[in-house]
Design a protein around this ligand. Structure first.
Ligand code: ZN
Length: 322
């Protein structure tokens, strides 16, 4: 099993991937999901940041499925997303200090688009791994693996719908289909750039599984970007106007609170209950008590397949930040 896992990883690292923009056929290079210089490097400690990463299956019993890793600036918060032309041309405005404008609708769309592509690619890679390793699992695991694969495939299909919509917006520079808002919040050295699906995924009793999969309506997908810049942090939140999400609208209102503790609790909930792709400074990470990190891992595992809007926890990773 160990050998198979290492081989699957090597294969996935070596695999040539295409640029994700508009069916471009050029080879994708490694892209940072948020500015490397100007955002990530600013909060790095000796050019390193903390990121959550999957654990080798043979270490899972001691560490759980995910662990915190200190990652170098060239690799942290990256993915193989776009060809060098699209990577430099398309995102130029949000990569260049003099043109950067967090309230510009087209720039807000670019932030959301890059975070969305990252999530699609990560689900594609997870699918490849799972297919590669499937035959090495004991037979009783197969139904679980099949349902995970179905979940990835349905998830990618759903996210691709929003990818196409965002590409239309980027190409036409007409952002009318989307709602975007940027909120200034107190500075916290935490970076997030992801799409989120919030909603119930229960199969109704009167439907069989395949019928349910076929007829499942499109899940609302919201875009969450949070990052520090200068002396503040910014939240760029977006959603498609045909698929508004009440949970996201509530989040926007909560982030506008005057109470720093309330805002940071929302951010703590986001990383604990809603997403796994984030990065934070080592100095912030080191202030979080070990017992809270242990609770975080437990809650994360327990809730990783639950997208219910009602999920909540008492845990607050950032309670100590005054
Ligand atoms: Zn390209």
């Amino acid at each position: 099993m160990k050998k198979a896992v290492l081989e699957a990883r090597k294969k996935s690292e070596k695999k040539m991937r295409y640029c994700m923009f508009n069916n471009c056929t050029n080879t994708a290079i490694k892209s940072h999901v948020l500015q490397k210089n100007g955002i990530l490097r600013e909060i790095s400690d000796k050019n390193h940041l903390i990121q959550m990463a999957p654990v080798n299956p043979f270490e899972m019993s001691s560490k759980g499925p995910l662990d915190f890793k200190l990652v170098g600036i060239n690799d942290v918060y990256t993915f193989q997303g776009f060809c060098s032309t699209h990577d430099s041309e398309m995102f130029k405005k949000i990569e260049t200090e003099s043109t950067l404008d967090f309230n510009d609708k087209n720039q807000q769309a670019l932030f959301c688009y890059r975070g969305l592509c990252q999530e699609i690619r990560r689900k594609e890679i997870a699918t490849e791994w799972m297919l590669e390793l499937k035959s090495h699992f004991p037979a009783h695991f197969l139904p679980l693996i099949e349902s995970l694969l179905d979940g990835y495939s349905d998830g990618i299909k759903n996210l691709n719908l929003f990818k196409t919509e965002l590409e239309k917006t980027i190409n036409s520079q007409n952002t009318d289909s989307f709602y975007f808002e940027t909120i200034k919040i107190p500075k916290i050295e935490l970076c997030i750039s992801v799409p989120l699906n919030i909603g119930e995924l229960e199969i109704p009793n009167d439907l069989d599984y395949e019928k349910w999969r076929r007829e499942k309506p499109t899940m609302s997908t919201s875009f969450i970007n949070i990052f520090p810049k200068g002396n503040e942090s910014f939240a760029i939140i977006g959603y498609h106007k045909n698929y508004p999400c009440n949970w996201t609208i509530n989040l926007i209102n909560k982030l506008k609170s005057e109470d720093k503790n309330k805002i940071f609790k929302e951010l703590s909930d986001l990383v604990t209950l809603r997403l796994e792709f984030w990065s934070m400074s080592k100095s912030l990470f080191d202030t979080i008590p070990q017992i809270k990190l242990a609770e975080f891992k437990f809650l994360f595992m327990q809730n990783s397949f639950d997208h219910s809007p009602k999920l909540e926890t008492k845990l607050n990773l950032f309670e100590h930040l005054k």
